[in-house]
Design a protein around this ligand. Structure first.
Ligand SMILES: [Zn+2]
Ligand SMILES: [Zn+2]
Length: 187
């Protein structure tokens, strides 16, 4: 069991502050805060009044994509953090890219998603995207996120798609959606 899993179990058992957890693991508060932040981003815990709590099942189920309404798979989730603690949850990079034009950019503090290969949380604005291609883990046309550009290029070589930075990926997704729509209408 890794530390984050153990933290979840301890919270279940009644641990409720970072201090207690830091003492338990004998690590720095900073380390615990980092774990807690990740657990929060994964939607597993919530922080209230300085305490940590497990996120209840009902709350988890409410976590649906702001764009398509699909239930969110935390491994693919793409989340905008807005000023004032608000968040925009989307199910995958496809919906994340689409959502970008509908959110107030000035209120965006950061955007978080996961590297498609390592599953590590990444800064969505600084990542490399593969847009389009033949595999579709969630929404169509797909978009995949990679921390390393080389990984994106290697992936695109195998599965197709365009290798782009965030801004270009937003534009490309819009373009593909428009094309897709025209096909739908002609059918
Ligand atoms: Zn979605
Ligand atoms: Zn999706």
């Amino acid at each position: 069991m890794n530390r984050k899993e153990e933290i979840l179990r301890l919270i279940e058992e009644g641990y409720s502050t970072a201090k207690e957890l830091a003492r338990y693991f004998n690590v720095s508060l900073m380390t615990i805060y980092r774990d807690l932040r990740e657990l929060e981003e994964e939607g597993k815990i919530v922080r209230r009044h300085g305490n940590v709590e497990l996120r209840r099942e009902e709350e988890l189920r409410e976590n649906v994509c702001a764009v398509c309404g699909k239930e969110i798979d935390l491994r693919l989730a793409f989340i905008y953090m807005l000023r004032g603690g608000k968040k925009v949850h989307t199910c995958c990079a496809h919906c994340g890219l689409i959502a970008y034009k509908n959110i107030n950019r000035e209120s965006v503090e950061m955007a978080i998603t996961r590297d498609f290969i390592t599953c590590n949380p990444v800064n969505a604005f600084a990542s490399t995207y593969v847009v389009g291609g033949v595999t579709t883990p969630c929404c169509k046309p797909p978009a995949f996120v990679f921390a390393e550009k080389e990984d994106a290029e290697r992936f695109a070589k195998g599965f197709g798609g365009y290798v782009l930075g965030f801004g270009d990926a937003v534009a490309k997704m819009e373009e593909l959606m428009r094309m897709g729509q025209r096909v739908d209408i002609s059918l």
